[in-house]
Design a protein around this ligand. Structure first.
Ligand SMILES: *[C@@H]1O[C@H](CO)[C@@H](O)[C@H](O)[C@H]1NC(C)=O
Length: 589
């Protein structure tokens, strides 16, 4: 005994020493941000050390992979089935499927649809049970298909699982009533697209058709993708017959009214909210969901080869690092409805108070076979009252719902590590028309040469201003990166500012990564934090971006209506215009 305790005391001492050494190494490493030295370790934003045996292909270096503690994920067991048959079990059922609305009080007498304050917490609990029960009953559904009696799945289940099946049905009706009209069960919806292959899904209304025409043409003619495309709109007024015919004239492009495929009386889909539902009802099983103003540097089909996608079944992109703390304490908000989380939220800018945006949902790569239940949860966060009262209040439209819902229902997802950067021109020169004071216009009209270098607007008496470019920044469109930090796709159009009339085409000479710059949000510029952060766009990619400009001009000429789409001059593609003098590499300037 004596001897043993002596030894264990010594052991404890050496163990303490070892812990100290490990801590010391850790803090030295942690003092470098995003350390990537020869120790083959990487340190995440939350301070977790990850090993990375092979730099390029190591997922934990190139992606953020949401990983759950296995003990937090509870499968449905026989014990649960037994408990379900008790009075307490039935109380849980009542609680989880109760009305989500508050009882109208004196203050909100007319507000029949005000969600309960803890509604999202209830949703989380409901989703997690639904997921385990769904998987538990899947083999029973499969056997009912094999016996061609899947239509009786809910109505005539075998006695031994009847209570479980009833619970599943009640959970489904409480959560996803908008699929109940057209699908006997969620399994039948799942089976419908199971072998749907890969494709692109877009939501396009008349307002965005002028961007989407360029995007679709660029997909077919510039990056030459063969993926089929489904374009969704929300009811007949949303996308005109003329627009629909235009899209359908392109090979392998279909237009579909999403409101005919879900119960839209419940959902009242419009704008952003249509996106996850279009993803859900599209015929594809693996989908690239993209906004109408997204343009690629590669055939987007290659995104299905991304290692984060292959590992988790999703590929997500981060938004820019903007407005820290603006939307209130997001960490507290998430903790209020997530009893447990994956390792991901701790890495987010929300939790580190670094920014108010996390995800950019302009491109979402999604495997519906792996994440059918995750997608149902995403759709739920975009349901009518959930989106109006919570999701779009707490965040910018649909975008954060793609990962938050996955946390609620405990499904894995991956983000490319790089934040949203900028691609365009070095310098902030934006030509704009400035209204001159009337006396100056009068003097001009009397023949005085007011501003020799600035042309005079013939109709309005304004002058065209060009600000002197500041060479410490890149201004233009929002850029998103592949796992190596190279330009992959961009959005927000192909001109300097798509909200300004006659805003000129960009030259796509330079880019800056979010991590290396500070945002001038109003001007859509990233100002480099340190000299050397401005990168030159690869010559091949510059040529490709110019092909997109040509396509955009063709679309404008086809409209032949400057009130719809500006007909702009394409700048000269000059190699020497590159950020680094056109030497065709993207080393820092
Ligand atoms: C049920 O069938 C689907 C496809 O038919 C299959 O992917 C799934 O693994 C099956 N599940 C079970 C639990 O048998």
């Amino acid at each position: 005994m004596q001897i043993r305790s002596y030894f264990s005391g010594m052991f404890r001492k050496t163990q303490n020493l070892r812990i100290l050494i490990v801590l010391a190494i850790f803090f030295v490493l942690a003092s470098f941000s995003r350390y990537q030295g020869s120790l083959e370790l990487s340190i995440d934003e939350d301070g977790q050390v990850q090993s990375m045996p092979q730099r390029d292909n190591n997922l934990h270096f190139t992606h953020h992979i949401a990983t759950y503690n296995q003990k937090d994920i509870k499968p449905w067991t026989h014990g649960d089935s037994v408990a379900l048959r008790t009075i307490e079990g039935q109380k849980v059922v009542e609680y989880l499927t109760a009305s989500p609305y508050q009882v109208p009080s004196a203050e909100n007498e007319y507000q029949q649809t005000l969600l309960k304050p803890d509604h999202f917490l209830t949703l989380t609990k409901r989703f997690r049970i639904y997921r385990s029960l769904w998987k538990y009953l899947e083999s029973y559904y499969n056997s009912s298909v094999a016996e061609h009696r899947q239509d009786e799945f809910f109505s005539a289940p075998p006695k031994e699982i009847a209570v479980d099946v009833d619970f599943l049905q009640r959970l489904e009706q409480a959560s996803f009533p908008w699929i109940v009209r057209d699908h006997k069960t969620s399994y039948s919806l799942y089976n419908k697209f199971k072998n749907g292959g890969r494709g692109i899904v877009m939501c396009v209304g008349n307002g965005h058709a002028k961007y989407a025409r360029t995007a679709v043409k660029a997909l077919r003619e510039v990056v030459k993708t063969k993926l089929p495309i489904e374009i969704f709109y929300t009811g007949l007024p949303d996308l005109s017959p003329e627009n629909r015919a235009w899209f359908e004239s392109i090979e392998n492009v279909k237009t579909i009214d999403v409101t005919t495929l879900v119960d839209n009386e419940l959902l009242v889909l419009q704008g952003w909210a249509a996106k996850p539902f279009a993803l859900m009802v599209s015929s594809f099983s693996e989908v690239i969901l993209m906004d109408s103003d997204v343009y690629y540097m590669i055939d987007p089909e290659l995104m299905f080869e991304d290692n984060g996608y292959k590992e988790t079944g999703t590929l997500y992109f981060y938004d820019r690092t903007l407005f820290p703390g603006a939307g209130g304490d997001k960490k507290r908000w998430m903790e209020s409805f997530l009893p447990t989380m994956s390792n991901h939220p701790a890495k987010t800018r929300w939790f580190r108070l670094k920014g108010d945006h996390e995800m950019e949902s302009g491109v979402v790569v999604f495997n519906k076979k792996d994440h059918f239940l995750g997608l149902l949860a995403i759709c739920k966060l975009n349901d009518l009252y959930e989106r109006v009262q919570v999701t779009y209040e707490k965040s910018w439209g649909d975008k954060e719902s793609f990962w938050i819902a996955m946390e609620m229902i405990q499904e894995r997802y991956s983000f490319i590590r790089y934040g949203g950067g900028v691609i365009g021109n070095v310098g902030d020169a934006i030509p704009f028309w400035e209204v001159l004071p009337q006396d100056e216009i009068n003097r001009y009209n009397q023949g005085e040469d007011l501003v020799a270098t600035n042309p005079y607007h013939p109709k309005t008496g304004e002058i065209k201003h060009v600000e002197k470019p500041r060479r410490d920044r890149v201004c233009g469109n929002q850029l998103h990166f592949d796992h190596k930090g190279q330009p992959l796709w961009w959005n927000s159009g192909v001109v300097r500012n798509k909200f300004v009339k006659d805003s000129p085409y960009l030259k796509y000479t330079a880019f800056v990564r979010d991590e290396d710059g500070t945002w001038d949000f109003d001007q859509t510029c990233l100002v480099q934090k340190n000299p050397g952060a401005i990168m030159e766009v690869d010559w091949e990619q510059r040529k490709l971006a110019f092909e997109v400009l040509k396509v955009d001009r063709e679309v404008a000429l086809e409209y032949n209506d400057p009130n719809v789409k500006d007909i702009l001059d394409i700048p000269k593609l000059v190699r020497a215009d590159g950020a680094k003098g056109g030497r065709g590499n993207n080393e820092a300037v």
